[in-house]
Ligand binder design. Structure first.
Ligand code: F0G
Length: 434
């Protein structure tokens, strides 16, 4: 019922062929349904809702609940940690900050390992199990590593992770270590790790689960289904996501495309991707109207280490999502990211730095007139606030410094006060509270 199909030459391959790119032309693969759905939109909508009441792991997972749109059968054993079903928050302070009437935040940081990667990993590791793989591997800026380590542990598989030395937050490394993965620090950035692991995957029997693997994208696309359901199947005018390796924007594009083509929704949201100013090859490509070659950034720099990526593997798929939906790709500065992050925190939500590019980007798109004041906007927050506490503390005590040595202003800084252990001292300290 499903095949792997090259996005360029349209060659088709079976689902059980372990491959990451087209063996004919080398381009990316998508998983596509080869037959019609077979169930009505109404029946599926109510079936998916009904499953929320079930106690079965397969029904409770926010990914597998939508299994009619996934390339597996009932006979396949799944590897799940209860991923998905994440909240969609109203964020009035952030909306105000952006200059729009309302803003919703889809918080993918509320996944089992604290990032959106879990929705893709449950599917990729399930496929690894189906293929009988013993060793799974990835290159990572930290979240993919934490996620893969957890799912591999659940599946009792061996797990190897390549990370750029000194560029991954302690919280993410701690997760991968606790889940028992072999963590290999590589001299070089994420792009170097990615290149090496791709070379190795071609020669050896390890299973690569970076988002170049189309099964990862299948899992991550379900966020579109969940979001549409949360909005009573009215999709927002704009969906805004951070861009690093560009798997997430590709997956959301695919998810909304499928919903639209099956008749679940009447339109697709405009998908806009936000990058950090000095790690922005996709934004550069976009500003050149996608003409000419895609030029990688050889020295990507940003304190939002999750998206410190200069050679995104999925850019072609992400380009399709942006172009098809009429979205934008823009950059935001380190200062804008830091302030937007603090503002999201004031809504009681919180997120990691990479996720805050969204709110910073929306603010810019509103001021440029690309987003109207009363349009409906959803930002996808990709990681939990506790993923990078070092950054948070430094912002609030005003010691956050960019890689170029520029100090970030603590526009919304909230510093810790030292107070004597006396009630009157505490009372005094609280006088300034507003
Ligand atoms: N936000 C967070 C928190 C991430 O961890 C990542 C990617 C992104 C956004 C960008 O998503 O790559 O799909 O465009 N992190 C990867 C990792 C690269 O290894 O954890 P993307």
């Amino acid at each position: 019922m499903f095949v792997q199909r090259c996005i360029n030459c349209e060659s088709e391959f079976g689902l059980d062929e372990r491959m990451y790119v087209c063996s004919r032309c080398g381009d990316l693969l998508d998983i596509e349904r080869s037959e019609p759905l077979g169930q009505s939109v109404e029946d599926l909508r109510s079936l998916w809702l009904e499953r929320l009441k079930s106690r079965e792991a397969r029904d409770r997972s926010g990914v597998w609940r939508f299994r009619e749109l996934l390339p597996f059968g009932p006979e396949d054993a799944i590897v799940s940690l209860g991923e998905g079903n994440t909240p969609l928050y109203d964020a009035p302070r952030s909306a105000d900050y952006c200059g729009i009437t309302s803003l919703k935040l889809k918080h993918q940081g509320n996944n089992p390992t604290g990032s959106f990667k879990d929705t893709g990993m449950t599917v990729a590791v399930t496929q690894a199990l189906k293929l009988g793989m013993r060793l799974v591997a990835c290159a990572s800026t930290g979240n993919t590593a934490a996620s893969l380590a957890a799912y591999a542990a659940r599946a009792r598989m061996l797990c190897a992770i390549l990370v750029p030395e000194g560029q991954v937050s302690d919280a993410k490394l701690a997760q991968a270590l606790d889940y028992g993965a072999k963590v290999l620090e590589i001299e070089g950035n994420f792009d170097v790790c990615m290149r090496v692991i791709q070379e190795l995957a071609e020669q050896s029997s390890l299973y690569l689960v970076n988002s170049i693997n189309p099964f990862r994208i299948e899992g991550q696309k379900t966020v579109a289904f969940e979001l549409a359901e949360q909005l009573e199947w009215q999709v927002p005018d704009h969906l805004v996501v951070p861009g690093g390796n560009l798997g997430n924007s590709s997956a959301l594009g695919k998810g909304f495309r499928e919903l639209f083509s099956h008749g679940f929704t009447r339109k697709q949201p405009r998908i806009s991707v936000i990058q950090a100013e000095d790690a922005a090859p996709f934004a550069r490509f976009f500003s050149g109207n996608g003409e000419g070659e895609f030029i990688n950034e050889s020295h990507p720099r940003t304190l939002a280490t999750a998206i410190k990526i200069g050679a995104p593997v999925s850019w072609r798929k992400a380009w399709r999502a942006v172009r098809e939906t009429g979205g934008q790709v823009i950059t935001v500065s380190e200062q804008e990211i830091a302030d937007a992050k603090a503002m999201i925190g004031r809504d009681g939500v919180g997120c990691e730095p990479a996720s805050a590019t969204t709110v910073a980007g929306i603010r810019k798109l509103v001021s440029d007139g690309a987003i109207g004041k009363d349009e409906s906007v959803v930002a996808v927050l990709t990681g939990h606030v506790l993923k990078d506490t070092d950054y948070v503390i430094k912002y609030h005590n005003q010691t956050l410094v960019t890689e170029h040595g520029e100090r970030i202003r603590g526009t919304f800084a909230n510093s810790i006060m030292r107070v004597a252990a006396r009630p009157c001292a505490i009372e005094n300290a609280l006088k300034g509270l507003s």
